[in-house]
Design a protein around this ligand. Structure first.
Ligand code: HEC
Length: 127
């Protein structure tokens, strides 16, 4: 009985810690996300970058929504945050731009804390 329990315990461990290589598609999404977010933070092409981010996260949400609640919520919040950001930028509403940028940034952080595993300075996995 003890042997059986032990082997069950060992069999379960790799499942709990398993992380997965992101698809080239996912890495591409994140690289574009990083570039768009960088522009938004520098105040460059904010409206156009926000519109592209909103469109991009429709696809990212299709990938994440069935996988996890955190993935579903953060990708939805980035879409609505990016919509709000595009509108605020078009209206020249600085407070609205700041608020929407905070929503977006918080969603990046929440998903990364939960689902991003750093392997090296240049490499990440999905957990
Ligand atoms: C739903 C989860 C999720 C959200 C939301 C999310 N990310 Fe990511 N991100 C990941 C995961 C998982 C990885 C690691 C796998 C990969 O690189 O594809 C990653 C990797 C990255 C990388 C590294 C890409 C590389 O390999 O060079 C950057 C940059 C990045 N994210 C930026 C952002 C920014 C900026 C936001 C918010 C606007 C954001 N991410 C929102 C999950 C997310």
């Amino acid at each position: 009985m003890q042997t059986l329990l032990l082997s069950l315990a060992f069999a379960a461990v790799p499942c709990l810690v398993a992380s997965e290589d992101p698809s080239p598609q996912h890495v591409q999404w994140m690289k574009e996300t990083g570039a768009l977010n960088g522009k938004i933070r520098k105040g460059e092409d904010v409206e156009a970058s926000a519109k592209r981010l909103a469109a991009l996260y429709k696809d990212v949400a299709v990938f994440w929504s069935p996988r996890s609640e955190t993935g579903k919520k953060t990708t939805a919040d980035i879409q609505s945050g990016a919509d709000a950001l595009a509108k605020a930028a078009a209206a020249g509403d600085a407070a609205g731009v700041a608020a929407a940028s905070r929503t977006i940034g918080g969603s990046c952080r929440t998903c990364h804390d939960t689902h991003r595993e750093k392997i090296s300075e240049t490499e990440y996995k999905i957990k």
